[in-house]
Design a protein around this ligand. Structure first.
Ligand SMILES: *Cc1c(COP(=O)(O)O)cnc(C)c1O
Length: 408
């Protein structure tokens, strides 16, 4: 029963059992601790809890037993199969958050102060882009955006902007599935004494483990593949400087107030258990979908890091177990072809987001980016006929049949 004594050989064993502790009432699953506050046996215990002399829960914004299992499972996944310099599991500390954006916000607020700069790649999740370009400047922090696939350019930026404090990576990234080299950028960052963080939402720790390549922080939107069923918004902020995480970060976490909710954490725990099985199916299906799209007469091009034609194919192959389940493709007929294609779908789901059991398709030009001027969105690779796809776990024949009938 004690998970600490067992050394897991496989990822699923860890995903299913890791982080679980015996419930005081012997419940099989960790219950939803739906409580805002926690009580004390006596005033002295209250004093010990508040002063940090005794471990224990105080208030759910500060931590909760249901959050704890999700946090420990995800930390175990992020360090599965490798150790620190002594071969021991890398110690980490994590905070479960109400959303991926709350996790990103906690990261930025913990590591940056007025006068600092943050270096990032130009292809990023839209909310992160908004955060870097429009929110941080009002707190005196500037974003330096460059094509981080070019390591010489990355180094040039580090030399030119000594105020850069944090290098923020997201790989693979929206919507072109561009990948940046985590190991190379981390080692470059370390030469210049910078902190490095990686948004691992698209890949999940099953496909890619940024801590293995030396990053300091990992953030996730757990809303996507980690939850896997689209039942809750959530995020997690993980760091390997445990002292920093328990000090400054914990203060920021409590002050920002972006903690998760026990119900959402419970949904997340259930999803995490099947991560390997789901990712294997998602990724296997994605390879077959990419093959169909690349040979289809109605498709002009396919952005999928599992195709040798993708510019970041080699980088993805080096740092990911499988290329993932996200792709985008360009229809030959532009905006009208995009709208027509979306309307003809019968099985696949018309929506944004990613990582659920069903196949999701969105047409950014008529949906998420409808109000963005054409020239501006094209700078981000969002052309008129671009379709973004999160390949689901349906039987592959059905996905292929639906796409084929909608394309014809
Ligand atoms: C969705 C997403 C986010 C934001 O997460 P929310 O849970 O929606 O706040 C951040 N990064 C990436 C890569 C995402 O896909």
């Amino acid at each position: 029963m004690s998970e600490h004594q067992f050394s897991y050989t496989g990822f699923s064993s860890l995903a299913i059992h890791g982080g679980h502790r015996q419930d005081p009432n012997y419940a099989h699953l960790t219950p939803i601790y739906a409580t805002s506050t926690f009580v004390y046996d006596d005033a002295e215990q209250g004093m010990r809890r508040f002063s940090g002399k005794e471990e224990g829960y105080i208030y759910t914004r500060w931590g909760n037993p249901t959050f704890r299992e999700a946090e420990e499972k995800i930390m175990a996944m992020e360090t599965f199969g490798f150790g620190d310099e002594q071969g021991k599991p890398l110690p980490l500390k994590a905070y479960l958050q109400s959303s991926g954006m709350a996790a990103i916000s906690a990261l930025m607020m913990s590591t940056l102060k007025a006068g600092d700069k943050v270096l990032s790649h130009y292809s990023l999740y839209g909310g992160t882009q908004e955060y870097l370009n429009n929110l941080l400047p009002s707190f005196g922090v500037e974003a330096v955006i460059a094509d981080l696939r070019d390591l010489n350019l990355a180094e040039e930026m580090l030399k030119k902007h000594p105020a850069i404090q944090l290098i923020y990576l997201e790989t693979p990234a929206n919507p072109t599935i561009q990948c940046v080299d985590i190991a190379a950028l981390t080692s470059l960052g370390k030469q210049y004494g910078k902190l490095v963080a990686c948004d691992n939402s698209f890949a999940t720790p099953y496909l890619q483990q940024p801590f293995k390549h030396g990053v300091d922080f990992v953030v996730h939107s757990t809303t996507k593949f980690l939850n896997g069923h689209g039942t809750a918004i959530g995020g997690i902020f993980i760091g390997k400087d445990v002292e920093f995480m328990k000090g400054r970060t914990y203060k920021i976490y409590k002050a920002l107030g972006g903690s998760s909710s026990p119900f959402d954490a419970f949904m997340l725990i259930n999803g995490l258990k099947t991560l390997e099985v789901r990712m294997e199916r998602h990724c296997g299906n994605a390879e077959k979908v990419a093959a169909l799209l690349s040979s289809h007469h109605a498709v002009a091009s396919v952005n999928y890091n599992g195709l040798p034609s993708h510019p970041d194919y080699e980088v993805a192959k080096k740092q990911m177990r499988h290329p993932g389940a996200m792709m985008s493709f360009e229809l030959k007929g532009g905006l009208q072809a995009g709208i027509k294609f979306m309307n003809k779908l019968q099985l696949c789901t018309r929506t944004v987001s990613l990582g659920t059991t069903d196949t999701l398709l969105s047409h950014p030009a008529s949906m998420t980016h409808y109000s963005v001027p054409k020239e501006q969105r094209e700078q981000y690779g969002i052309t008129d006929g671009l379709i973004r796809m999160s390949v689901g776990m349906e039987n592959i024949e059905d996905i292929l049949n639906d796409l084929d009938q909608a394309l014809n």
